[in-house]
Design a protein around this ligand. Structure first.
Ligand code: CTP
Ligand code: MG
Length: 181
């Protein structure tokens, strides 16, 4: 695959892991997952991780994977790129892993004394991608190995922080998010 095709495959394969975070920002609110519990004097996760945001985020990612599968034949024809079809295990693991990574990052932020909304460079930009990849590797190992070749993985590691910065700055400008990261 050439570079453009590799970027297209990386973006396509990771979309169901990217979108849940943005959907959670739009849908967030209500009961926090940690129910207000603290650990070592600090919140376990904080008010920024809610059941509603997490559930809507995962559902949005699953729905997107279903939609991508539906338009895949047309997209492959139009682009001439071998875009992967999502098996059910990947449809669930990519969004769930993405949300889990974000939640894990909040856990680490609270343990390191960072308040809700504080920036955690590198972790903020890659948490969801790393956990989405890890969970997908466990849930759909053969599909993972066929889709995430070394070249695709490298593109994911470079593309993810760029997309994260761009979408979060955009969400901040649109007053959808209170911090630009
Ligand atoms: N959100 C949510 N549930 C999630 C993730 C996000 O409800 N699992 C919503 C919350 O309203 C949150 C907003 O999306 O405030 C922004 O998400 P994020 O930046 O990840 O959370 P922060 O509020 O910055 O909190 P933290 O410092 O814990 O990351
Ligand atoms: Mg934040």
């Amino acid at each position: 695959m050439n570079l453009v095709a590799t970027i297209a495959v990386a973006f396509w394969a990771m979309l169901p892991a990217y979108v849940p975070n943005n959907a959670a920002v739009l849908a967030g609110g209500g009961r926090p997952i940690d129910a207000g519990h603290t650990w070592g004097g600090r919140r376990v996760l904080g008010d920024g991780k809610t059941w509603r945001g997490t559930a809507v985020g995962i559902l949005a990612g699953v729905a997107l994977a279903v939609a991508l599968n539906a338009i895949r034949p047309a997209a492959v024809d139009a682009l001439g790129v071998p875009l992967p079809e999502f098996p059910i295990a990947a449809m669930l693991a990519l969004p769930a892993g993405g949300m889990l990574g974000d939640i894990l990052a909040s856990f680490l932020k609270r343990r390191t004394g960072r308040e809700r909304g504080a920036a955690f460079p590198v972790v903020d930009q890659l948490d969801f991608a790393v956990l989405a990849l890890a969970l997908t590797a466990l849930a759909a190992p053969a599909w993972f190995a066929a889709t995430f070749t070394l070249g695709v993985l490298l593109v994911v590691l470079v593309l993810t922080p760029i997309l994260h910065v761009v979408t979060n700055v955009a969400a901040y400008w649109l007053n959808l998010k209170s911090e630009p990261y």
